[in-house]
Ligand binder design. Structure first.
Ligand SMILES: *Cc1c(COP(=O)(O)O)cnc(C)c1O
Length: 384
C-alpha cells in the first residue's frame, strides 16, 4: 500500500480546541491539580447553566459515573436492571459489581436504541432500574420509558455517554432520568482523554453522591465550611478527576458550538453522499421525530456480516479505518450462560452488520470524498 497516494484516514483523531495547554498551565500555576479545583468548578457551572442540569459532578470516566449510579440506587444482590444488549460493557458492569442480574432487551429494527415496547414484559418484582442508552447520541423513547418507570416505581439511569448536546422533545439528554452518566473519552464529541460526569436530576441524591465520590467522606461539605471537620460517613471510592483533566475539558466546553457545527457538517456530508445505498437495502442512521442528532458518529448497516467484512477490507486497501461496534452482551462469553437464550434478533443484526465510518472534527472534504467514493465503488461492484 502506497501511503503517499493514500495517506491514512483514521477512525478517530482526538482534536484539541486550542486552549487546552494554556488552561492546564493555569491549573498548575494555581497550585491546585488534584480534584475539585477551579476548572472543575468552571465545568460544573457550565453544565448546570448551559443544559440546566440540577447538579453535576465530574468523574474519572463514564464507567465510574455509572458505578456511582449503582451505589446511589442501592443495588443489592438479586436485584434486576433492564438494559439494551447492544451497548458498551460499562452500562451494565457497574450493576454486576453490586450483584445485580441484567435483563437484556432488544433494539428497534431501524435504530440500535432499546425498544421501549419490549421493556414492560421484562419487569418483575426484582426490577430496580431501567438503563436507556442513547446510541449515537440519538434519544431513546423517554416518555414511554419514564411512564413505565412511574407505573412500576423504577429508577431510570440514562447512559448518555455519547449524548452531549442532544435532545428529546426539547429536553437535554441526561436531564430526564433520576441519574445520568456522560463520557469525555477521546472518542466522544467533547473530550478530556479519559473523563466523565454524573448528572443528578433528583436532589435527594446530591449529598450522598458527593460522599461516594470522595472515598465515603463528607470532605466536600468540609470545604464549603458546612462542617468543621470531615470523616468517614458511608461507603465510597475516588471518582473525582484531577483539575488538569477539568482544565482540558473546559477548553473543549468553551468550543462546544464550533465543535458541534463541524461534526454536524461531516455527518450531513456522509448522509447525503451515501443516500443511494438505501436502494440496495443498506440502512443509514434513523433519527426519530422526538430526537435530535448531535453528530456523535456516522454508521451504515450492511446487508449481512460477510458484506461488512468485505467492505472493511475494501476500505483498508485504501488506507481507511472503519470499525464495527458492540458485540451483543447477551451473546458475550461472560453473560450468555446467564441470559438463557432469549433471542434478541435486532441486537444481533447490529452486532453483525453495523459499520462505523471515520469521524473526527478535522475530517476534511477530501477525506470524506475518499471514504464515500470507496464505499460507493464497493457497492457498484458487488451489491449482495
Ligand atoms: C464510551 C461509552 C461508555 C464508557 O465511557 P468511559 O468514559 O470510557 O468510561 C459507556 N457507555 C457508552 C454507551 C459509551 O459509548
Amino acid at each position: 500500500m502506497d501511503s503517499t497516494v493514500n495517506p491514512p484516514i483514521y477512525f478517530n483523531k482526538p482534536c484539541t480546541a486550542g486552549n487546552e495547554l494554556t488552561y492546564i498551565a493555569d491549573a498548575i500555576a494555581n497550585l491546585k491539580i488534584s480534584g475539585d479545583g477551579q476548572f472543575t468548578r468552571k465545568c460544573h457551572q457550565f453544565f448546570e447553566e448551559h443544559f440546566g442540569f440540577q447538579k453535576v459532578l465530574l468523574t474519572t470516566s463514564c464507567t465510574d459515573a455509572l458505578e456511582m449510579t449503582a451505589l446511589l440506587a442501592n443495588i443489592q444482590p438479586g436485584d434486576e436492571v433492564i438494559a439494551p444488549s447492544y451497548t458498551f460493557v460499562s452500562t451494565v458492569n457497574a450493576f454486576i459489581l453490586r450483584g445485580a442480574r441484567i435483563v437484556f432487551a432488544d433494539s428497534y429494527a431501524d435504530n440500535p436504541n432499546i425498544d421501549a415496547t419490549a421493556i414492560e414484559a421484562l419487569i418483575t418484582p426484582q426490577t430496580k432500574a431501567i438503563l436507556p442508552v442513547h446510541y449515537a447520541g440519538v434519544a431513546c423513547d423517554m416518555d414511554a420509558i419514564m411512564a413505565l418507570a412511574n407505573k412500576y416505581n423504577l429508577l431510570v439511569i440514562e447512559d448518555a455517554a455519547q449524548a452531549i448536546d442532544s435532545y428529546y422533545k426539547g429536553k437535554p439528554l441526561g436531564s430526564i432520568g433520576q441519574l445520568a452518566a456522560f463520557s469525555f473519552h477521546e472518542t466522544k464529541n467533547i473530550i478530556a482523554g479519559e473523563g466523565g460526569m454524573l448528572v443528578i436530576n433528583d436532589a435527594q441524591y446530591n449529598e450522598r453522591a458527593e460522599i461516594i465520590r470522595e472515598k465515603g467522606t463528607d470532605r466536600s461539605k468540609f470545604f464549603r465550611g458546612e462542617v468543621d471537620k470531615y470523616g468517614w460517613v458511608d461507603m465510597g471510592s475516588s471518582f473525582l478527576p484531577s483539575d488538569m483533566i477539568a482544565a482540558f475539558l473546559y477548553a473543549q466546553l468553551e468550543a462546544l458550538e464550533s465543535i458541534q457545527q463541524k461534526r454536524k457538517a461531516i455527518w450531513g456530508y456522509y448522509n447525503q453522499a451515501l443516500q443511494p445505498l438505501t436502494q440496495l437495502g443498506i440502512q443509514l442512521p434513523h433519527i426519530p421525530d422526538y430526537a435530535t442528532n448531535n453528530a456523535h458518529m456516522y454508521y451504515l448497516v450492511c446487508n449481512n456480516a460477510n458484506q461488512r467484512i468485505r467492505l472493511i477490507k475494501a476500505l483498508k486497501e485504501k488506507n481507511i479505518h472503519a470499525v464495527f461496534h458492540y458485540q451483543s452482551l447477551h451473546q458475550s462469553k461472560f453473560y450468555a450462560p446467564l441470559h438463557k437464550g432469549r433471542p434478541l434478533p435486532n441486537a444481533d443484526r447490529f452486532t453483525d452488520c453495523l459499520l462505523r465510518l471515520p469521524f473526527y472534527n478535522s475530517l476534511t472534504t477530501d477525506e470524506l470524498n475518499r471514504v464515500c467514493d470507496t464505499i460507493l465503488d464497493f457497492f457498484k461492484g458487488h451489491s449482495a
